[in-house]
Design a protein around this ligand. Structure first.
Ligand SMILES: NC(=O)c1ccc[n+]([C@@H]2O[C@H](COP(=O)([O-])OP(=O)(O)OC[C@H]3O[C@@H](n4cnc5c(N)ncnc54)[C@H](OP(=O)(O)O)[C@@H]3O)[C@@H](O)[C@H]2O)c1
Length: 288
């Protein structure tokens, strides 16, 4: 039996769909039924349900975007930094193996040759580097806490999307924003992401951090071209002149735009499709 925390969320629902499709028995725990952020409550839950693996897809993401985190720092810190620490401690004490949904937003940029950051590289968009949004800072802090707990998977997600139009989907966001900005980024097809995360456990690959992204970074303009070509939108996309104009006009908190290296996952035999290929697949079966 698998214990799923955060199952009501955007990412948690994708895990629920995957586990259901594969016929894997799981329990999705809602905070209003059982406040798993309290160590003793979580311990009791684990002892009662006796899971053989736990997935933590709970966390705080600002709504409609990371700017929301600047206005609710307490819950952001609780969900992204304190909660992973609580889960890690209780799982270690109860000898329960587990995986945690983290984020690639703890990096900014790419290497000079365009290559992405590996799991061995220290996050460069964090409270430590003093250049980040509150959201990114709390995600990096969450990962820092988990460094003391080697028996878990840390799965880094990056700008999720799939074929379902919705406010959390990166493709939808590009189509709904009045004006967008050109960046190069790694993305994660949400269904590929949860499937790859599950495979790390199923194949019992070594514990540790994994960048779970579609290889082959994409650019905003590139994705827009694919949207237009697929006939999903006939909007005249407007671009900010540069990041400085975007920051001045449309954003409160600094944004992470970055390229991650997904080769560690691939070396374990878990393959994600190319970035644009994954975007095209979603656009081909787009559901409004
Ligand atoms: N969506 C993205 O773009 C994205 C990108 C990279 C990484 N991630 C990471 O993926 C994880 C899940 O994100 P999501 O997009 O699925 O978020 P979401 O849709 O907002 O769902 C959040 C889930 O976490 C639960 N939760 C537990 N403690 C919480 C707290 N203190 N504050 C808020 N929610 C709490 C919520 O439970 P209730 O239903 O009880 O509120 C809900 O089930 C997060 O760790 C996030 O940082 C997300």
């Amino acid at each position: 039996m698998i214990l799923l925390l955060g199952g009501s969320g955007y990412v948690g629902e994708a895990f629920q769909k995957l586990l259901t499709k594969r016929g894997i028995v799981f329990a999705s725990i809602a905070r209003h039924d059982c406040d798993y952020s309290q160590p003793e409550t979580l311990r009791e839950l684990i002892r009662k349900t006796k899971p053989h693996f736990l997935i933590n897809s709970a966390g705080y993401t600002g709504k409609p975007n990371v700017d929301g985190c600047e206005l609710d720092k307490e819950n952001c810190l609780l969900g992204n930094s304190v909660l992973p620490g609580v889960v890690a401690r209780v799982c270690a004490e109860e000898k329960l193996l587990w995986g945690h949904v983290s984020s690639g937003c703890i990096y900014t940029g790419a290497h000079l040759d365009g290559s992405g950051f590996t799991e061995e590289e220290t996050p460069n968009f964090s409270f430590r580097t003093n250049n980040c949004s509150f959201y990114s800072g709390t995600k990096a802090l969450g990962e820092e806490i988990l460094l003391s707990y080697p028996e878990c998977y840390v799965w880094r997600l990056r700008m999720p999307f799939n074929e379902f139009d919705g406010p959390r989907n990166y493709i939808t966001k590009l189509m709904r924003y009045e004006k967008i900005v050109e960046f190069t980024n790694s993305l994660s097809h949400l269904d590929e992401f949860v499937s790859a995360c599950w495979e790390t456990w199923e194949r019992r690959v070594p514990f540790g951090i994994y960048n779970v992204v579609n290889p082959g970074p994409v650019t905003t303009k590139g994705v827009v071209e694919h949207i237009v070509k697929a006939g999903i939108s006939n909007k005249k996309f407007q671009f900010f002149k540069d990041e400085a104009e975007f920051m001045k006009v449309a954003a409160k908190a600094p944004r992470s735009n970055c390229v991650l290296d997904g080769s560690k996952l691939l070396r374990c035999g878990i393959k994600m499709s190319d970035g644009y290929e994954a975007v095209d697949r979603a656009l081909k079966i787009w559901v409004k």
